[in-house]
Each structure stands twice: as C-alpha cells, then as structure tokens.
Design a protein. Sequence first.
Length: 446
Amino acid sequence: MTKSVKNIIFTFVIGCIIFVLANLISDGFEFDSVSDFIINFSFYQLYSFVLGYSNMYFFDYMERRQWKKNDTIKRIVFGIVGSTIITVIGLFLLRASTSIFYNGNTFEVFLANEKLKYYQFGLWVTLTIVAIFHVIYFYNKYQQNKIKEQKVIAGTASAKFDALKNQLDPHFLFNSLNVLTSLIEENPDNAQKFTTSLSKVYRYVLEQKNKELVTVDEELQFAKTYMSLLKMRFEDSIVFTMPEKALNPESKVVPLSLQLLLENAVKHNMVTSTKPLHIKIYENQSNLVVENNLQPKQIVKKSSGVGLSNIMQRYDLLTNKKININKEANRFAVAIPMLTKQISVMRTEQTSSGLDDSYMRALNHVDELKGFYYSLISYSLVIPFLIFINYKTSWNFQWFWFPMFGWGIGLVIQAFKVFVNDGTLGRNWEKRKMEEYMKKEENNWD
C-alpha cells in the first residue's frame, strides 16, 4: 500500500470519527433526510481531507528539516504553531468557500457573521491529532537513536574485545620463545621436547583465543599442559597442584586466563631449587583461584601489560562480576569468576536463545495484559463518574464525550497491541520496527 493511499484512508477515518463526535455533542444525529446526512458527512470529509493533507505536508516538511540534537522543544513549538496557523487558514478558506459557493452569500456577509467559536472545535481536533503525531514521531526517533547508540556501544565493545583477544596470540608466542631460548642454553634435550609440546599448546591458543568463553575443564587441561612446558625448564623448582575437573562442568571462564596467571606467577617470583614456587589452582565458591607463595624477584623485567590487565578488561566486557586480587605478606591469589550463564559481548548480529526470547516475550505479554486490565477497570470507573458530574453540573454542554472518546481511543490501541499479534501497534509491531530501523542503519553504514 502506497503512502498516498494510506493518507487517504487515514483522512477518511479521521473524518468519520470527527463526524460522529461532532454530531453526538451537538444534535445527536438528527437529520431531516438521507440527502441531508450525506451532505453533512461529505462536508466533514472535505474538511478532514483539506486540513489533514495540509497538516501532513507541513509535518513532512518539518521532518525533512535538519534539526540539531537540542532542538526538541523548538521542533514541538514550531510544529504546534505551524499546525495552528495552517488549520485556522484552512478553516477560514473552507468556511468562506462554503458560505459563498454553497450558501450563496457574499464575502462581506460571511465576514460579518464569522465568529471565533466556529474555529474552536476544528482547532481542538487538529491539535489533538498533531499531538498524537508528535508522540509517535518522537517515539520513533527515540527508538532509532537507541538503536544507533546500541550499535555504537556494541561495535566499540566488540572491537575492544577482539583487540584484547588478538593480544594473546603474539604475547603467548613471544613469551614461549623466551622460554625456549633459555632452555636451549640450559638444557638442549628439554628444548627439543619443549618445541614439540609447544606446537600442541599453540594449537589450543589459536583455537580458543577467538572464543569469548571456554569451559573450566578445558582451561584446566590446558593449564596442565602449559605447566608441563614450564616444568621442562624449572624442573622441581615449581610445585603445581590443581583439580582434574570442575565441580560444575557447565562453568566457564575467559580463554587463556589460567595461562596468563601462571605466566605472571613465574615472571614475578623467584623460581629456584632452594626456593621453589608453589602454585595451586582450586575452586572457591563461584571463583577459580590461582594462588602462589610470594617471593618477588629483586629485579623484574619490564612488563608488557597484557597478563592480568587483559583478563580484567575481557571480564569487564562480559559480566559485572569482578576479578578479586588478594596480596598478603607471603601469598598472592587471583580469583576469576566462573560464569554459568551464556554471556556474550554485544554484537549486532547476535540474538538471545529461543527459550530465553520466548520467556521474555511471555513475561512482557503478561505485563501488558495486566496493564490493559488496569486501564479497562479505571476507564469503567472514571468515565461513569465524569458523566455523573457533567449531568449534575452543566448537562447542556456534554463535555464528558471528550475524555470518553480520547481515553477510549487509547484503550482500543492498547487492546489491539495486547490481543493482536500482527498489524500496526500489534505485539510484534515494535519488534518489526526495530528490525526495520536496524536494516536501514546497516544500509546507511554500508
């Protein structure tokens, strides 16, 4: 359906609603004949078409203008003032044309009989519709801006996470080559074994570094393999204990976290046969702890800044749980959180699992259903009370129709959203609009 056809249908529906509302307020559908009804209905449609289209063109013009970020109030004021002027001019021209060409009056007679109250109803209806248009417009803008912000946040987080992971590849290779260089001088036989084992370990690095999370069992197995490499160099100078498996096989940590912590322990502490380094890995509640006895080196090589900082930054991008560092006089321990839920860095192409998505949709639908029933009960109690007040005070002017009609439209829209899956404002409407905006943004970025 083209935009022009939608606008015609929209103005026709608005004309019908205004026709019903105006006649309910005034004479209660008292027409002398069918032709009188048709003429009256046609005039309402003419007014609705002229005023509706003129305001829609003005609204399109306002939307095409380049507004600054802080021009929201200015945009609203211009929209309301502009619509008021257009409506007054439109009503004046329509009333003048009707008086001159239909009733046969002169322009002077028309001006002599014209009063301000003839414009009040038209202005009230137009400004109500304009207000609804602005609410929809700014809601859509809000959704689009929210999507843009989320895409920027997602892109930044994803790029940062990828950068952190890409540090691990050269970092691990560089440090392993340093160990190999030392072994070639100290123990050529172990250097040969180290080279063979290094190829197997490095394969794990290449496979796992692109993942956001790996199971604790995988990390423990890799830590065991990595420590076997270090023991080729330090032999009995390192005492290493760790569990074979995690208590919860579903628990996960960021990949290569144990390797980086073990590497830091060796780098910053003395490792000699007289002062062996004791490294222990164990579970403590929901954390995986890497602990070692503290015997700092007197001279420490300048750190590359990758190890612990890398782990902390990757966890910050994945979860609110923090890494706990405990440094005592003769003990140093780092506790990394074990994650049991599927957590991922925000990426525009990722979606939640089907089960979680279905649960959230059901939960939201229940909240919407409760909200509708509350609104329906409130409507059923308040409107009769307003009618009673109107009847007791000034029944000659039945103003209760205004809140009854306005609130009723909102209630109908709310019911449509709750009980209808498809269609405009249906339950799936917001999801479809979000996907539509995202596709537009992707095309713009491409």
